[in-house]
Design a protein around this ligand. Sequence first.
Ligand code: GLV
Ligand code: MN
Ligand code: MN
Length: 418
Amino acid sequence: MNNSASRELSIDPKRLVARIEALGEIGAIPGTTGCARLALTDEDLSGRDLVVTWMRDLGLDITIDGIGNVIATMPGFAAGTPPVMTGSHIDTVGTGGKYDGNLGVLAGLEVIETVIAAGLELDRPLAVGFFTNEEGARFQPDMLGSLVYVGGLSLEDALLIQDRDGAVVGKELDRIGYSGPAPLPGPTPHAFVELHIEQGPVLEDEDITIGVVEGVQGISWTELTLNGQSCHAGTTPMRLRHDPAYVASKIVTFVRDLTGEFGEPQVGTVGAIDLIPNLVNVVPSVATMTVDLRNTNEEVLQLAETKFRGFVAQAAEREGVGVQTRTLARFEPVDFDPRVIDIVEQSAEAAGLTHRRMPSGAGHDAQMFARVCPTAMIFTKSVNGISHNVTEYTEPADLEAGTNVLLRTMLALAETDF
Ligand code: GLV
Ligand code: MN
Ligand code: MN
């Protein structure tokens, strides 16, 4: 590769932003700048088609596998040469923005377009992918596509997963036409690097442009179904009730108190509660709720899970309420590869950008690739640290900075033998 040419190279920020805006139009939430493209919905289909069109326009080799992951690779290399891969997701949560995941995919496309336009000759191809159902907002677990890609879950099992309304992954993939023949587990890349918005406030708070991501915290998602006795709200004495809403509220409070007891970096969230029948004058029969616990330390996370399970059993028993527990996702903390972390750091430094090392609080496709190849991530600022919210925003200058670090990192990885 011509090194001096690569040092001069930088991406086209206007083209990058134009693609982010165009993709963000699909599933746009009226009256906001947010986006709703839940995995395998019609909106996801339209978003996929648009990104695939862009991949085709660049003349990339495109593969689609049985879980709907789409990977586009630069042509012209010996068959089977492992690529330097980047990518992320284009599904969003129901109240999402247009940067979460989308940036990583469109930045990858931008890097590849920049390299092709410059006529650089590389030792290895570059590839960009988008991975199915990263968010986990519709189907659990999250990071589903990348998990199956690396062999962490069988395709058979993945295709059977259902959403809350009973829609099945395999049928939804067939319906939108994104079940392809590429093999799973997928071919191992030479290395993987993902650019993502930080989704938190640290970079902005410290006025630092680039996060050099050292790893991802562990994630534990549980669904609880609390079964009580539905009865009349006016006639039933309090001492005779078996109220699942009361137990659910105790669990909400417990989760918050547990994070206080453990201190940072323990976090805990009850993000969904459903009551049946959800009426003003009826003691509910069923409460269904989700609990999200995360920690960078696996032992501490396990302790949090043990205390949580103990509390749930005790609170339910006291109220005479039954409990069913289902694990929706469980991923241990992940450490990224120190060699790729160093390359990201050197790339930020060489681009003259301020940077700091940091962990990721959110889950990402890169944490799955870390199981099979040298992997790390790059973060760029989120305004007010807000994400999973329609007001999610990243300044164009930060999108550009992050994508230029991705460019430098991918070029360096293409020259690195691991
Ligand atoms: C994925 O977005 C997560 O919940 O971390
Ligand atoms: Mn994301
Ligand atoms: Mn997300």
